[in-house]
Design a protein around this ligand. Sequence first.
Ligand code: ATP
Length: 358
Amino acid sequence: MSGIVFSNITKRFGQTVAVESLNLEIAEGEFVALVGPSGCGKTTSLRMLAGLEDVSEGQIFVDGRDVTNLGPSERDLAMVFQNYALYPHMTVAGNIGFSLQLSGLGRDALNDRVKNAADLLGIGHLLDRRPKQLSGGQRQRVAVARCIVRQPAAFLFDEPLSNLDAKLRGTARVEIAKLQKNLGITTLYVTHDQVEAMTMADRVVLMEGGRIRQAGTPMDLYHHPKDLFVATFLGMPPMNLLKAEVANVSGAPVLRWGAMNLELPGVATGAVTLGLRPERLVAGHVDGVALAFSGHVSHVERLGAETLVEFRLESGSASALTARLPGTRTIQIGEHISVSAPLDALHVFDETGAAVAT
Ligand code: ATP
């Protein structure tokens, strides 16, 4: 098969199992983001694919070729490192064209390819500069140009935007995503930033403790998290969580929270955690809407386009909720607020943290 396959890959560093039985297929042309908290094994997975780390068990295939025991230069992969790893003594042109030079490509063809790659990244006017004469954003583009000039089987990115300021990160992620789509090159992108993973990738693979927690389209993971870990890792501000109880009422499971009683057919009785994303809460009580909450505002964060409103719930509960409301609404700390949400906004997790079908 074309693309990349991790087949039952395990990596141990002494007693530490960094990656455990990783099975992942990346289709040709697909953009997959590996995301997860620090130490989850994402960088180690990428480095094993690049050939920079041996595997303890399993096999890795690139376009159907078993590359498990091949050196990095034999894998036909191009990697953008977090620190870009540019050669300081070479010009931008020298950096971009270095791998082509090694491959013995003629001078004119090489210059053409370097110029095309540089133009594509908007750095065609910087070819004679050295890395220290460039801004961070320009260096990052040189690193990407150096990858695309080789026309490799796949791109590997290791946190390529983490050294840029927030604004530049925003534009760079759009540029890289567009470039990848235009070139159609298979891509594995490692990041701890959920926004990068969600906005850039066709598919997000969320890892924790060396294992895949959930893999799917960004919308799949966001709207249908399979457990509390996935639900709270994605989304900013994070999903609101409330403790509740599903009780047996005349033989039917009924979710009880405050004055609410909702029948949840097929759900086991016991303690549950309710999840509601802040943007699903709307101000005021809406007729026919199943979920209603009210309380006093304890904190307000004005972001311009929207306002994040935290309020302490009434009915003796110590819980607070955050609502993401339109920025046009003025709201003060201490104010009384009512919000509601449709039933399909409600996530229910059982005692083990697994999502319960509702
Ligand atoms: P981060 O976002 O912090 O880079 P990560 O998800 O990329 O984290 P890895 O760097 O892959 O995680 O590390 C996974 C686990 O393997 C961690 O427990 C880490 O301490 C361990 N580890 C990684 N590299 C080595 C190494 N060279 N020697 C020993 N342990 C290592």
